[in-house]
Ligand binder design. Structure first.
Ligand SMILES: Cc1cc2nc3c(=O)[nH]c(=O)nc-3n(C[C@H](O)[C@H](O)[C@H](O)COP(=O)(O)OP(=O)(O)OC[C@H]3O[C@@H](n4cnc5c(N)ncnc54)[C@H](O)[C@@H]3O)c2cc1C
Length: 467
């Protein structure tokens, strides 16, 4: 018999925490989730994934961006788009999503404890919220996520100089903006503001952006963003941001000075562990606030697990969810597979990018022979109907066993389309499956067949030469 209040306490109600809690509850365990009442659903629902993706949807709809190919460059659904237009949709979706999360937890008899948790000892946490309480459990999952990292030298004023969490608090759509950091979050927001007609300058200290993606696709994205008046400053470092009532001036180490109405910093994220009193649990975070875990998401203290962004890469909602589920299964001895090796990456820029599996660079470095097969949306009937002439899907196919090694998609529906390739790859399928499959017509999915035919034609040419 346990003397603890719960079988499991989960700290943080983001995707990782939610799924850990629900998985444990489904196993018949007594579970509590601790989070502040205005953060139910985590960064994901309140300040990160959901608001940014809803904002993107609102931008795409109101600007009429995706329809301009068909109706002309001046096409707009609304002319003077205001921040209120954009945020109305965002707030609506956040409200609904919070309800979904709450209902799911309640339905599974997971207790929601309001407040901020800190360790008292390795099995006990004190919670400070609207009330104070102390609760204990056999197992604990830390799913506290991250917050934007803020360089000390920069004065964030919540009005003109903001981090990516504060961007949703802008009172007007700025006419010009400097985005510092060309990581996924920075470049997603840069493309949204550019689509709204804001003149965006992206400053990135590295020489490239999104280096983990296919370079051909990143080039296409840069071309598109430049077309929307985005200026890139690669290999440049910000040394100062000056602010007055109307504007900002960002000074770069090279001496360039960039005036803009607003500056958004997107310079990485810091694990939310500093206020957890980790030492009382026998734990320690690294200098970026992250926790190290073993293969089953156990920290150095066996009964304490950590999942989601607080453990670092890949820091995505979908991965965090599965980490949470697997941590709970392990904690309560439920057999489970390991985290799926094929994890898709989705980047919701305008246009969007998604991929799964290897990149050309990785295959080349590891001397794996492959051929590419490409389909351009403009050659697909659905591409023409949708007015997407720039989209593309690229398959990387092994020339030895014809298996699909990677799928890279750019354009409308990329983040959904990638899963077809993921399923084929996950089942060990070859390019021949895609050649022989019948796809609905007209669809963007048909890109798979076109790309597969392209790849097999190239492989055939090679085979003919060899025999
Ligand atoms: C702008 C932005 C856009 C993003 N877009 C995408 C995307 O398109 N796709 C995608 O897959 N991912 C995206 N992400 C990443 C995604 O949001 C995260 O991977 C995901 O939210 C991580 O989940 P998590 O379980 O770690 O918890 P989080 O969602 O990070 O939530 C952590 C929770 O823990 C709570 N907490 C922290 N400390 C304590 C404490 N001491 N006591 C109690 N509670 C505490 C916090 O209040 C918070 O609610 C985006 C992130 C950002 C910032």
């Amino acid at each position: 018999m346990t003397a603890h209040d719960y079988d499991l306490i989960v700290i943080g109600s983001g995707p990782g925490g939610q799924k850990a809690a629900i998985a444990a509850a489904k196993l018949g365990k007594r579970v509590a989730v601790v989070d502040k009442h205005d953060m139910i659903g985590g960064v994901c629902v309140n300040t990160g994934t959901i608001p940014s993706k809803t904002l993107r949807e609102a931008v795409l709809y109101l600007t009429g961006m995706n329809q301009r190919e068909l109706y002309g460059a001046s096409y707009r659904v609304k002319h003077d788009i205001t921040i209120v237009d954009l945020l109305a949709r965002t707030q609506h979706v956040i409200g609904r999503e919070v309800e979904v999360v709450r209902a799911q937890l309640l339905r599974n008899h997971v207790e929601l404890v309001d407040g901020h948790a800190r360790f008292v000892d390795p099995h006990t946490v004190a919670v400070e919220g609207r009330a104070r309480t102390t609760i204990s459990a056999d197992k604990i999952v830390i799913a506290t996520g991250t917050r934007p990292a803020r360089p000390n030298a920069v004065d964030f004023d919540e009005a003109r100089v903001l981090d990516s969490d504060e961007i949703l608090q802008l009172e007007t759509i700025p006419a010009s903006m400097v985005v510092v950091g060309a990581g996924v979050i920075g470049i997603e927001y840069a493309s949204m503001f550019a689509a709204l007609g804001c003149r965006v300058t992206v400053v990135e200290q590295r020489e490239r952006m999104l280096e983990f993606c296919d370079p051909e696709i990143v080039e296409s994205l840069k071309f598109h963003l430049r077309d929307l008046a985005v200026t890139f400053r690669f290999g440049e470092k910000v040394v100062d941001v000056a602010v007055n009532e109307d504007a900002t001036v960002t000074t770069l180490a090279s001496g360039k000075r960039i005036p803009a109405e607003a500056v958004m910093y997107s310079a990485g994220r810091q694990g939310m562990t500093e206020a957890l009193d980790l030492e009382k649990a026998g734990l320690q975070a690294d200098r970026r606030g992250r926790l190290e875990v073993g293969p089953h998401f156990q920290t150095s203290v066996e009964h304490i697990y950590a999942v989601g962004d607080v453990i670092g890469f890949p820091a995505l909602a979908a991965t965090s969810m599965d980490q949470g589920r697997l941590a709970a299964y392990h904690a309560f001895g439920e057999p489970a597979h390991e985290l799926g090796a094929l994890q898709p990456i989705g980047i919701y820029t305008i246009p969007e990018i998604s991929y799964v599996g290897a990149t050309e660079a990785e295959l080349t470095t590891s001397s794996v022979p492959y051929e590419t097969g490409t389909a351009r949306y403009r050659e697909l009937a659905r591409g023409q109907i949708a007015g997407d002439s720039y989209g593309m899907l690229k398959l990387l196919v092994s020339t030895t066993d014809r298996k699909i090694l990677g799928v890279h998609v750019f354009g409308t529906g990329a983040t959904d389309l990638v899963h077809i390739g993921q399923a084929v790859m996950g089942c060990g399928g070859t390019v021949d499956y895609l050649v022989n499959a019948i796809f609905n017509y007209p669809t963007l999915s048909e890109a798979y067949k076109v790309a597969a035919l392209d790849a097999t034609n190239k492989i055939r040419a090679l085979d003919r030469f060899s025999t």
